[in-house]
Design a protein around this ligand. Structure first.
Ligand SMILES: [Zn+2]
Length: 381
């Protein structure tokens, strides 16, 4: 038994049209000024309409020009342009938008910079409360204490971690993903699935993170194929959103492992979307990890697929690994690295860069040597 702690957002709404709850939040916080982080496409698709209308009663500033997969410089520029402190920060978007809003909430008005936090995130202090409204069902950023930024000079990504970034309000509104293109839904939901499975098998897993990881796994395994095949199935989509949120909570309490670690160089250098690079690695890494976490995979199987009870630990672990591969296949996520322009001769870079992701590799149930990492990347060609 080990002592553990978990910080989660204070108020969570889930359902259809819940982004309208921003009106109550503004009142509750007595906010007179709001900074809205979002994206131009998200605005064009009308997803910010309700919130922008509600915010007519306050002083509203909108930031919608953050670069995709933003670098440290991009985030610094955006935060600089956002101006001074406000009463409330709202984010409507995917992981990058929410991460930038979370960083803004600890940087605007503070006496340290983003660069300082990259060196030492323990300096962070929350400056403003945040409201997160995700428009995908994957990153879990609406729950986590992490913000990921690209480091172009090192061709990789880095996470800044601080409990001060845990959002205050989360609005899971299925209307936000009702028209999400199927390939994006698939990739982001597989990312969420990786969060729960990795967190459950992580060395840092605790009794608190386990609950969220298991419940998240149950929701995502049972709904990802349904939501992909039938875009009208809003119930399945809301289950995915809640599952992804649970995945975010699990990340805060535990931590992702080798799937995410080895995925970062693929995103950092070749710009493979985060969910896709995780999907490419997911089943291979779990198959490698099996001898270190077979018990855990079997217990996960007991919760998600109770009908498998009675089979051996080995069989139940294999069942989950095979189901992960099946999810990736049925949601038609492209798994060929060559399609993304990654050539076999670049494997040395991948091994070197992947092995430097020590923040996450230390969580992996098995230690990975450089030879292990090489053999995992070899499987992708
Ligand atoms: Zn992820």
């Amino acid at each position: 038994m080990k002592d553990c702690q978990l910080t989660i957002p204070s108020v969570i709404y889930s359902g259809q049209g819940t982004s309208g709850k921003v009106a109550e939040i503004i009142q509750r916080e007595q906010a007179k000024s709001v900074l809205l982080f979002t994206g131009k496409d998200i605005r064009k698709n009308g997803l910010t309409k309700t919130v922008e209308e509600i915010c007519q009663q306050v002083n509203l500033r909108v930031v919608d020009d953050l670069a995709a997969e933003p670098s440290v410089a991009d985030v610094e520029r955006t935060i600089q342009a956002a101006g001074g402190k406000v009463d409330l920060i709202i984010a409507i978007g995917g992981g990058s938008v929410m991460d930038a809003a979370k960083l803004a909430s600890i940087i605007i008005g503070a006496d340290y910079t983003l660069q300082d936090l990259l060196q030492d995130s323990s300096r962070a202090v929350k400056q403003m409360k945040t409201v997160m409204i995700p428009t995908t069902c994957g990153t879990g950023s609406e729950a986590t204490c992490n913000a990921i930024v690209a480091i172009p000079e090192l061709e990789t990504k880095k996470g800044i971690v601080s409990d001060c970034m845990i959002p205050d309000y989360v609005l899971l509104d299925v209307d936000m993903i009702a028209r999400l293109p199927a390939p994006i839904l698939a990739a982001t939901a597989v990312d969420a699935l990786a969060h729960v499975v990795e967190c459950y098998t992580s060395k840092k897993a605790t009794v608190l993170s386990d609950t969220y990881a298991l419940m998240g796994a149950q929701k995502i395994f049972h709904n990802i194929r349904k939501a992909y095949k039938n875009p009208e199935d809003l119930e399945a989509k809301l289950e995915l959103m809640v599952g992804a949120f649970y995945g975010g909570v699990a990340i805060t309490g535990s931590g992702t492992t080798a799937v995410h670690a080895l995925s970062y160089p693929l995103g950092g250098k070749y710009h493979i979307p985060h969910g896709v690079s995780n999907a490419i690695l997911f089943a291979h890494v779990m198959a490698f990890n099996k001898r270190g976490c077979a018990e855990r995979l079997a217990r996960l199987c007991d919760v998600v697929y109770p009908k498998q009870a009675g089979t051996s630990v080995d069989e139940r672990a294999d069942y989950i690994i095979a189901d992960i591969a099946n999810v990736v296949q049925e949601t038609q996520i492209p798994v060929s690295l060559e399609k993304f322009g990654v050539k076999h001769e670049e494997i040395d870079f991948l091994v070197e860069s992947g092995s430097q992701q020590t923040r996450l590799l230390v969580n992996n149930c098995l230690e990975l040597s450089k030879a292990d990492i090489r053999s995992l990347y070899e499987k992708l060609f």
